[in-house]
Design a protein around this ligand. Structure first.
Ligand SMILES: *Cc1c(COP(=O)(O)O)cnc(C)c1O
Length: 361
């Protein structure tokens, strides 16, 4: 057996072992072609089948209606920070954003290249510890943008804000895609870099209600427009075929264990294990996120001193629990417990946290 440890890094992140094994098994000979998925033409019949299976998996797992298109793009979620406003801007209308952390801040910065941006709610006043309540978007905005889960701060929307029918809600779900059941019809556009909760780095998933892709100016660079890849089924040019292949394997595994409803249940159980340890530690562990805004995916907390945190990171690594250091912007600790993190990994971490507390109180 190859040695494996529990990987709590925020992204690229842990992947399902079953999918890694499958990729290993098929690496030299993809579907009896005698060549690897890494070598195959993206115009081959075998690749085309795989490409569509990956799309079908997304549609099935998220129960996506037919009038939404599913695209595999490149450039990461960061490219969507400008591609979203480029494709959805409407002359004379502002774009409305909610600022819940570092990724929202970056998205807002890029949107400003395309017109007036209004930040309608923000939690910057309290170090992004919470998701603002009572968010309201105007009827006269081109679109409304939120960040579903804030990887750095460990907060996540618990309910989705509403927009009026003519205003599409756009959500960056890079770190919480498929972590719980959602109704895709509540959104106009969903995008996610794959490397957190879906698969490896190198591909971005975009789910877009088809009519929304008609807004981009016709006379603009070909690949700026989502429409280009809608027409070509994400095969306008060479797609990141290995990344798409691996996302497909990871989704096969997710389907096998019961899909999003099943993983949501496990995710809630995993998150509760860690938040319970934090809440019962008499302040030894200080949760960064307010309880009503806590993320299922990234559990953030601090300890009394930097030294103690460094010690915890080092001792965790000795127990095969790696990647527990928090993001540089808030310091402290962070356990990223995405879909692919098994319950046993989180149980081990909770046990370690209790013991570390006992030893240092
Ligand atoms: C990681 C992350 C990003 C950045 O993704 P890239 O694919 O690296 O551009 C954007 N948004 C959120 C919420 C993230 O967690």
């Amino acid at each position: 057996m190859t040695k494996r440890v529990y990987n709590f890094y925020p992204g690229p992140a842990t992947l399902p072992l079953q999918a890694l094994e499958k990729a290993k098994e098929e690496l030299l000979n993809f579907r009896d072609t005698g060549i690897s998925i890494l070598e195959i033409s993206h115009r081959s019949k075998e690749y085309d089948e795989l490409h569509n299976e990956a799309i079908d998996n997304v549609r099935e797992l998220m129960n996506i209606p037919e009038d939404y298109k599913i695209l595999w793009l490149q450039g990461g979620a960061s490219t969507q920070f400008w591609q979203v406003p480029f494709n959805l801007q409407v002359e004379g209308k502002p774009m409305e954003y909610v600022n819940t952390g570092g990724w929202s801040t970056k998205a807002i910065k890029e949107a400003k290249h395309y017109g007036e941006v209004k930040v309608v709610a923000s939690s910057e006043d309290d170090l992004f510890r919470y998701i603002p309540k009572g968010i309201s978007f105007s009827d006269d905005t081109a679109f409304a943008h939120i960040t579903g889960n804030n990887t750095l701060y460990g907060t996540e929307f618990q309910t989705w804000p509403k927009t009026s029918d003519n205003v599409p809600l756009v959500c960056d779900m890079s770190s919480n895609l498929m972590d719980q059941v959602i109704d895709v019809k509540d959104f106009g556009v969903i995008y996610a870099g794959a490397q957190k909760n879906l698969g490896p780095a190198g591909v971005t998933l975009l789910i877009v209600r088809e009519d929304l892709a008609d807004r981009a100016p016709e006379d603009s660079p070909t690949l700026f427009k989502w429409k280009t890849e809608i027409v070509k089924n994400s095969l306008f040019h060479t797609p990141p075929s290995f990344a798409i292949y691996f996302c497909k394997l990871a989704m096969d595994y997710l389907k096998e264990i019961g899909g999003v409803p099943a993983i949501e249940k496990i995710n809630r159980e995993k998150a509760k294990l860690l938040y319970d340890v934090i809440d019962r530690s008499n302040g030894f562990y200080r949760g960064h996120a307010r309880p009503d805004s806590r993320s299922l995916m990234n559990v953030t907390f601090t300890l009394e001193s930097d030294e103690l945190e460094a010690k915890m990171v080092a001792e965790g690594a000795k127990r095969d629990l790696i990647g527990l250091k928090g993001h540089r912007s808030i310091g402290g600790m962070r356990a990223s417990i995405y879909n692919a993190m098994p319950l046993e990994g989180v149980e081990k971490l909770a046990e370690f946290m209790k013991e570390f507390h006992e030893e240092h109180q």
